[in-house]
Ligand binder design. Structure first.
Ligand code: SIN
Ligand code: FE2
Length: 220
């Protein structure tokens, strides 16, 4: 029957793993567009280079960061926040390439978030030894939108816990092309990345690039 046919279109595919209610791992979802995503990223990073931000506590982050889109996530001694301008250049962040935005929308839809429209994309570069401590993404105005996270390059161990910092996080090996989407009941889950192991990736060499697409929802 037609109704069943359409229901099947929204059914989860076998490549989806549920990490927690609201959190989905789409294995290999970006693999067939990897080269196009990286090419679009090259242009962004030429205009807004990767840099190591300082935390409010005075630590320099080991992950190199930049942004594209109307809003970008930044940190300095004053705090974590979104800004419409790159503090390094004083210019607006580079526009979010249509290909990146369309990919993020498609991934969110596949994970059960059909209305996602990102206005920020944080670009994280990990070199061997780089890590990201457990944290919540909570600088956004709008927790009704999910986070869409794309992994490229060297594999990493992704830590994903609950809303309570004290809960021991689960560990997932994220490989080139894997996408994690978390929203709904999992939107404020603590997450992080274990120190990156050295290796060599065919497209990216000794690096991992992670893109997180967000709806910051701020009127700046
Ligand atoms: C992040 O939490 O912003 C990045 C997560 C990752 O690199 O996988
Ligand atoms: Fe995060």
């Amino acid at each position: 029957m037609t109704a069943d046919l359409f229901d099947d279109l929204e059914a989860p595919s076998p490549a989806q793993e549920l990490l927690a209610p609201g959190a989905v791992l789409l294995r290999g979802f970006a693999r067939d567009v990897d080269a196009a995503l990286l090419q679009a990223l090259d242009d962004v990073l030429a205009a807004a280079p990767l840099r190591h931000l300082v935390t409010p506590g005075g630590h320099t982050m080991s992950v190199g960061m930049s942004n594209c889109g109307p809003l970008g996530w930044v940190s300095d001694r004053r705090g974590y926040r979104y800004d419409a301008r790159d503090p390094l250049t004083g210019q607006p962040w580079p526009a979010m390439p249509g290909l990146l935005r369309a990919f993020a929308v498609r991934a969110a839809r596949a994970a059960g978030y059909p209305d996602f429209m990102p206005d920020a994309c944080l670009i994280n570069q990990y070199l061997p030894g780089s890590k990201l401590s457990l944290h919540q993404d909570r600088d956004e105005q709008d927790f009704s939108a999910p986070i869409v996270s794309v992994s490229l390059g060297l594999p990493a161990v992704f830590l994903f816990g609950s809303e309570r910092r004290a809960d021991r996080p689960q560990r997932y090996r994220l490989q080139h092309g894997d996408v994690v989407v978390w929203g709904g009941a999992a939107r404020l889950a603590f997450h992080g990345v274990a120190p990156l192991a050295d290796g060599e990736h065919a497209l990216l060499g000794r690096r991992r690039i992670n893109l997180t697409f967000r709806r910051a929802g701020l009127d700046l």
